[in-house]
Design a binder for this molecule. Structure first.
Ligand code: SAH
Ligand code: F3S
Length: 476
């Protein structure tokens, strides 16, 4: 019987893609991928290090698995992959001896061999890259071992969904002072355009209709071959033109400083490119932005949003904000509140600053904003954004628009359009289900419809709204 592998994924879209690629790679090597840790012979945890809380969750998960292993599941193999594997390898060896595999994001091509060794020899296996030692920007490279992981993608696995991620850039060279990603995923590496296009074509042949290009700073893509450089705008246009089967082409995450007008022009030229930009601003205060080493100002950022809105009036923006960065005053915070009001995001992620060892901010700036103040500021920004998101979603009431149905919800309309959790929906005899879908602007839409609509585009009409969801009904 083939060994069963369960992969638990924390963190960003890059991790979701990595888990999919690892699953495909392990299936090709003869393993079975299962949906529950309880029935697995191997549990791989794909980890996130961006905030302390994310690492905390993994430590307690590892603790629970360690107890299970001790109390009867002696042959269970536990592996840590992803950003914590790179950052915390030593600590994992010390604190979690039940872990037999540690494999960093830029070494995932080696995972099948590590797993085989772990199974055969029951010896600790480690593949890390030493990125945590990097001290500055490394010139962007165009080739690396990890290409093997993306190139060996399983299209059978990809065919199970109408949506797929395609990596365009690995790693990050921005070195924002608060962020660990450059130290966990390593220097920026751009994939050749032809490989990206071929991958997108094969995904479309497998039934995918929405492709999201992924990079930590996706719009910073630049592939050099001899004298010729392919920019992100050129890549986007090529994917659009050469893979006409993509109904929706999206990309995340954009780095505001590098966002050029060519990319806006390419977006405006095609309705198949989604009207959505995730442009993390991080703060409304130029003083904070400078300490964060973001390279943009509030003025340049707002000018970019305005140019984009002029070209594409229906475009939606999402933001990221950090509250309580070292030395943030009430005055700086007031500027962040102001920014939310003028930016008018459809949604914004708000994070409390979490000091990360190895980063410039951790070395240079004391974490001097008390946690209660961070919490207050976090709630204040969320409250403001919630009002803006509600008004944004209410604008859709009465309008008809197209959505891509992503999944069946475990939530169902109850009374006054409030959503409540119900169990056993999948097993319900009626195929009627609450469906969750997305607009081209990345707005979340919920409506009742037949479960067979998952993976298709349909027209709906907005009937009600909450800050997070547009409630709709199917158009006839
Ligand atoms: N470019 C990446 C950014 C990864 S981190 C991307 O794909 O989105 C995602 C977000 O986490 C950042 O935009 C930032 O808002 C937040 N973040 C990163 N490091 C943080 C830290 N040390 N404390 C709090 N929030 C952080
Ligand atoms: Fe992190 Fe800044 Fe790169 S937020 S991922 S260092 S763009």
């Amino acid at each position: 019987m083939n060994r069963a592998v369960y992969i638990e994924t924390y963190g960003c879209q890059m991790n979701v893609l990595d888990s999919e690629l690892v699953a495909g790679q392990l299936e090709a090597a003869g393993y079975r991928i299962v949906e529950s840790a309880a029935v697995a012979d191997v549990v791989l945890i794909n980890t996130c290090s961006v905030r302390d809380l994310a690492e905390h969750k993994v430590w307690s998960h590892l603790g629970r698995l360690g107890v299970e292993k001790e109390e009867g599941r002696k042959d269970l193999i536990i592996g840590v992959i992803g950003c914590m594997a790179e950052r915390e390898a030593e600590a994992i060896v010390k604190r979690a001896p039940q872990v037999e595999i540690v494999c960093s994001p830029s070494r995932l091509d080696r995972l099948p061999i590590l797993l085989q060794n772990a199974i055969e020899n029951h010896q600790f296996q480690r593949a890390t890259a030493g990125h945590s030692q990097r001290s500055g920007v490394t010139p962007s490279d165009s080739a690396d071992d990890l290409e093997a992981l993306d190139s060996a993608r399983s299209y059978v696995r990809a065919a199970t969904s109408a949506q797929a991620f395609v990596r365009v850039t690995r790693g990050c060279n921005k070195l924002c002072s608060f962020c660990v990603v450059p130290y966990t995923r390593g220097p920026e590496v751009h994939r050749p355009p032809q490989l990206i296009i071929d991958e997108a074509k094969r995904l479309v042949d497998a039934g995918v209709i929405e492709v999201t290009l992924l990079g930590q700073t996706v719009n910073h893509y630049a592939y050099r071959a001899g004298e010729v450089t392919t920019s992100f705008a050129q890549l986007l246009w090529r994917v659009h033109e050469e893979v006409p089967g993509i109904e929706r082409l999206r990309f995340v995450t954009s780095f505001p400083r590098d966002f050029d007008d060519e990319t806006l022009d390419v977006m405006a030229r095609s309705s198949r490119i989604c009207r959505y930009l995730h442009l993390p601003v991080q703060s409304g205060s130029n003083r904070m932005l400078q300490l964060m080493n973001r390279g943009h100002t509030i003025e340049s950022y707002m000018a970019l949003l305005e140019r984009a809105r002029q070209l594409m009036p229906d475009i939606c923006f999402a933001g990221d904000m950090i509250v309580g960065f070292p030395s943030e005053t009430e005055g700086d915070h007031a500027l962040s509140k102001e920014l939310l009001r003028v930016a008018q995001y459809k949604g914004c992620f708000v994070f409390k600053y979490s000091p990360r060892s190895g980063t410039v901010a951790h070395r240079r700036y004391p974490d001097d904003v008390p946690d209660v103040v961070k919490k207050e500021r976090n709630l204040e920004l969320l409250d403001i954004q919630s009002e803006i998101s509600l008004a944004h979603n209410r604008n859709k009431i009465g309008q008809a628009f197209e959505v891509l149905v992503e999944s069946q919800s475990k939530l169902r309309a109850h009374g006054n359009n409030e959503l409540v959790q119900i169990d056993g929906l999948r097993g319900a005899s009626s195929r009627k289900a609450r469906l969750v879908a997305r607009t081209r602007g990345d707005e979340i839409v919920a409506f009742d419809g037949d479960a067979s609509l998952v993976g298709t585009s349909v027209r709906v009409r907005g009937v009600d709204a909450t800050p997070l969801t547009i409630l709709a009904r199917l158009e006839d």
